[in-house]
Write a protein that binds this ligand. Structure first.
Ligand code: ADP
Ligand code: MG
Length: 352
């Protein structure tokens, strides 16, 4: 096993910068997830680590070794892609064994290793089948088995669950988490799905247009987003954002209503952020009107319109009668769970 470190890593395609100077250390045994919107550079960054793209400048280390100019096959990494890329004419056994054969492993050694990973991923009964005789989830497990069997120093995953249906995605996510525990392996995992990032990662690296927006544990990103971009990316429904003017220890909305802050803020214009679960329907608070109620089963999302037309999502308990459409309500924002962002998008800290 080994960690990965990236120093001032830059990748340009022609004149277009796609990775704009990334510095990051992934610890040995850590599960790091790259997350961010489509096109932000996640796959490119992973492919740079794998050696499938050449760095324009900067350094990539795996363990102690500088691998920046080393061929992919000699980096000690295994990559699992969204498209499983199995060999259609080979059965599952031979698909898994293929890389070992190329590496010159003995027949007995190969057999022991293939059977061990097949047991681990619960595909032992499928070893004689061809890929076309497997479901999507089974194929993806074969692709993962093929990666594990080579005992790489680092596992790289590029959206491995995107082709699976929701139930299978949840199950395979658990299997990947368990595999990480069992192997204590270093894993770098790319997804655009913030829920997948939250549930799998030791640390999340949030990318935005080729740079790192924030690095931290899932809890840090969720509860202390460093920027408005991070705040809006993590969480579903997304964080509510309201333009406000700061006056002492209050944020004044465009309706003229005041939201008290836990401490005095610098004056001027800012964005006030509050997550749907940190707003309650109460006896006092911001005046609003119910626009729409989404029933989720375990909760309801109430979309409530303020006097100025802004609509806030409120997570509301599933018990009791559903708030009726168009009815007036009052919204109480939890003062301990407010976020403020300056005009440049950076978090304003209020010492909370
Ligand atoms: P993500 O995986 O986050 O969706 P990618 O890393 O695939 O993003 O792509 C990042 C950006 O780089 C995109 O704008 C994409 O169009 C561009 N890009 C990726 N590969 C190439 C390439 N081979 N040539 C030119 N542009 C590329
Ligand atoms: Mg991608």
């Amino acid at each position: 096993m080994a960690g990965v470190s990236l120093e001032n890593l830059v990748k340009r395609f022609g004149d277009t910068p796609v990775i704009r100077g990334i510095n990051l250390t992934v610890q040995d045994g850590e599960f790091v997830v790259f997350v961010g919107p489509s096109g932000c550079g996640k796959s490119t960054l992973l492919r740079l680590i794998a050696g499938l793209e050449d760095a324009t400048s900067g350094t990539i280390r795996i363990g102690e070794e500088d691998v920046t100019r080393i061929a992919p096959a000699r980096r000690g990494v295994s990559m699992v892609f969204q498209s499983y890329a199995l060999y259609p004419h080979m059965d599952v056994y031979r698909n898994i064994a293929f890389g070992l054969k190329l590496a010159g492993a003995s027949k007995a050694d190969t057999d022991a290793r293939v059977r061990r990973v097949a047991d681990m991923l619960q595909i032992a009964p499928l070893l004689k089948r061809r890929p076309r005789e497997l479901s999507g989830g089974q194929r993806q497990r074969v692709a993962i088995a093929r990666a594990i069997v080579r005992e790489p120093k680092v596992f790289l995953f590029d959206e491995p669950l995107s082709n699976l249906d929701a139930a299978l995605r949840a199950q395979t996510r658990l299997e990947i988490a368990r595999m990480h525990e069992d192997l204590a392996a270093t894993m770098v995992y790319v997804t655009h799905d913030q829920l997948e990032a939250m549930t799998l990662a030791d640390r999340i690296v949030l990318l935005n247009a080729g740079h790192i927006e924030q690095v931290g544990t899932p809890t840090e990103l969720y509860h202390r987003p460093a920027t408005r971009f991070a705040a809006e990316f993590m969480g579903s429904p997304t964080m509510n954002i309201l333009p406000v003017t700061l006056e002492g220890d209050a944020a004044v909305l465009s309706t003229g209503e005041r939201v008290s802050l836990p401490a005095a803020a610098p004056g001027g214009k800012a964005d006030l952020g509050v997550r749907p679960e940190n707003i309650a329907l109460a006896d006092t608070g911001l005046a609003a009107r119910v626009m729409l109620v989404e029933e989720l089963g375990e909760a309801r999302i109430v979309h409530a319109e303020l006097a100025d037309g802004a609509v806030l999502a409120v997570r509301h308990g599933a018990d009791g009668p559903q708030p009726s459409r168009h009815s007036p309500v009052k919204l109480r924002l939890d003062p301990e769970r407010l976020h403020l962002f300056g005009q440049d998008g950076a978090r304003l800290d209020l010492g909370v």
